[in-house]
Design a protein around this ligand. Structure first.
Ligand code: F0G
Length: 430
């Protein structure tokens, strides 16, 4: 297999940079893509190589990211920082499928990654890039999952991690992970967007390696969600992918992966992508539906704290992918998110609130006649159910009224005396 040389290219003005020095954005301010020269690359040969690596028992090929390293970051194994991420399951949606009105609905559970979210796919590549550039400290702004993941990969590879999170606004499971993995955690008196602005300044001025998804290597790792889904489907392309959108890195990675597979002839159909945002944090939806220039949302608000973002850094990449895939953008309400989550949970699968935008969004798009009920749809569940236990308990105790959320499908616990009669009365009374 011919090694493809990688370089950076601005998605706005097209300017190119080699990988010789650290760069996250172009001189013009645009975001950067990692590009490769596909000339003379045989897509079928690449696919065969990935097939041979499936189920590998040694080396980086055991990772569901590095299995595809030719299109991620082609380095020798001893240069790779990995926790053998990926290899996540894809479930028939069960009750959640019925709820969405879909016959062929699959849920790819990225919450089954080592730190419980899809971020590990980007982080293994980002941490590897940090080492590639001889960084000793890495930093990110986060709504929680990126910081949990970064702290873990930094700890594994002997780097320090510096975390900027919005004070009091991230789910407990995520904060717990960041602290436990030894991340130096700074709680910003402001929201995620303020933290994102600050971390970019800190990294530029203090020579710290930035591991938000504005870092093009993060996107390369996240592409592996798509590669793995397609491999699990025997390279049969679904009709739709439905994916939550926050900072908009993940859907940008998905469309980049699809476009590359399509260019290489590994797939020959373009699936459609639906990006779903929470109604209180939906700048992309506003722009898309009202055909207006991008404008940040000032005070984003949603119970899906992972995607409580008003000024997503990757909106241009996201738009490019949506156009390529003839995609759509939709928003879902707090109630729709939590009811969809109740269905994902009741199906025995479980995921954190932001993840369930995929199911809430699919349902809405089926009802609107955009997605055909017979279509094959893959929804991405981005984070583990245990990340945000407060949201689960609040819904099932029906105490989220102050947020305007009803426990429609609440499964309330009952307090009883410790005797048989009390059990009978509580369980078999009616
Ligand atoms: N779902 C979960 C569980 C997330 O943690 C995130 C992003 C998203 C969806 C949205 O992905 O930003 O690529 O559009 N979380 C980031 C963080 C922002 O800091 O953990 P996106």
């Amino acid at each position: 297999m011919k090694k493809m040389e990688a370089y950076l290219k601005c998605i706005r003005c097209g300017k190119e940079y080699d990988l010789g020095q650290v760069r996250y954005t172009c001189d013009c301010g645009g975001t950067l893509d990692l590009k490769r020269d596909f000339d003379g690359v045989d897509g079928m040969e690449l696919k065969d190589l990935w097939e041979k690596r499936w189920g590998a028992r040694s080396g980086s090929a055991m990772s569901g990211v590095w299995r595809y390293k030719e299109l991620v970051f082609d380095l020798p194994d001893d240069k790779i920082v990995t926790r053998m991420e990926g290899n996540t399951r894809m479930y028939p949606a069960g009750k959640a499928g019925k709820y969405a009105g879909l016959k062929n609905f699959l849920l790819k559970h990225e919450g089954e990654n080592p730190t419980g979210s899809f971020k590990d796919r980007g982080m293994t590549c980002g941490a590897t890039a940090a080492k590639f550039y001889n960084a000793t400290t890495v930093a990110c702004a986060s709504t929680g999952n990126t910081s949990a993941s970064m702290a873990s990969y930094a700890a594994c590879s002997g780097m320090k991690s510096l975390i900027f999170i919005p004070e009091g606004k991230i789910a407990y499971g995520k904060l717990a992970q960041a602290l436990a993995f030894g991340g130096r955690t700074l709680q910003i008196k402001g929201n995620f967007d303020d933290a994102m602005t600050l971390v970019q300044e800190v990294c530029a001025k203090l020579n710290i390696y930035l591991l938000n998804s504005i870092n093009p290597f993060r996107i390369e790792g996240q592409k592996a969600i798509c590669f793995e889904i397609l491999q699990q489907l025997n390279w049969q392309v679904p009709d739709w992918f439905v994916i939550p959108g926050g900072n908009l890195g993940n859907n940008s990675a998905l469309s980049k992966a699809l476009e590359e597979l399509y260019t290489l002839g590994i797939i020959n159909k373009k699936p459609r992508i639906a990006v779903i945002q929470a109604a209180g944090a939906a700048p992309l939806v506003k722009m898309w539906k009202e055909h207006t220039p991008f404008e940040p949302v000032k005070n984003p608000e949603t119970i899906a704290t992972a995607i409580k973002i008003g000024n997503p850094v990757s909106y241009e990449k996201s738009l490019r992918g949506l156009k390529w895939s003839n995609g759509v953008v939709e928003s879902v309400t707090e109630q729709e998110i939590m009811d969809a989550k109740a269905m994902v949970d009741a199906a025995g699968i479980g995921a954190e609130p932001a993840s369930c935008c995929s199911v809430a969004g699919a349902k809405k798009l089926v009802e609107a006649g955009v997605i055909d009920p017979e279509a094959t749809v893959v929804g991405i569940l981005t984070g583990n159910i245990l990340k945000d236990p407060d949201a689960v308990i609040g819904y099932h105790q029906d105490t989220l009224g102050k947020l305007g959320i009803k426990g429609t499908y609440a499964n309330k616990p009952t307090v009883i005396e410790p005797d048989l009669e009390a059990v009978k009365a509580a369980v078999f009374a009616d």
